[in-house]
Write a protein that binds this ligand. Sequence first.
Ligand SMILES: [Zn+2]
Length: 261
Amino acid sequence: METWFLVTVFITGLLMGSFFNVCIYRIPKKESIVSPASHCTTCNAKLNGPDLIPVLSYLCLRGRCRYCHAKISVRYPLVELLTGSVYLALAVRFGMGKTFVTYAVLCSFLIIAAAIDMEYQIIPDGLILTGGLFGILLSLTGWTVSWQNSLSGMLLGGGVPLLIRFLFWMIRHKEGMGGGDGKLMGLVGLFLGWKQTALSILLSIYAGGLFGGILLLLHRKKCDDAIPFAPFIAIGTFLSILYRRDLIRWYFQIFFGRYPG
Ligand SMILES: [Zn+2]
């Protein structure tokens, strides 16, 4: 694969990440994501030129606003780097084409949802609906799975968390999983179809369980503390996209001793 192609993909990811930062900051506040132009959230100074270069401007300014010297959250360069790296990984794995575009769109929505969930413990409905529109469009135009598969993926993705929520409520009489998690998993289903959604759910639960277990061991959390789950949905889905075949083979070999076919 050509180096210039990968560099272009990575830089596009950095720039998209910069836009996602605007979304992450403004969507929970119900502000427009297109206007006004980017500005410092402390002194309102309009950012232009060099202030808008992803990651580098943060490093050059040592994480502070050029005008009022207020601290800039480290989330900004992290989201940019994360988006660049995710796009790069998808490009290396799938090359340029419909598959890459579909997965890049899905991962973009997952990154925004995960960051908002970590900061505000919500997953905005508007974000899910916008992502859903993309998912339906991509499916109807033949860029991703068939619409039947897309629909069953959405029902499975949205349904399993609903079931967990119900069981948790029956057993412990409290909410085990946020309603937003089910909607986000339903969105994943729309893009990936039901089989890969099943794998994504499994991996998300493993990732969340592992992280929760480590926090419990370190006494950083109590059993009843809520942990935002969207980041684990993002991690689980990303892993299932990249390593689907290897993971399914590995799973069968561990539990059944062989891989069918
Ligand atoms: Zn400022």
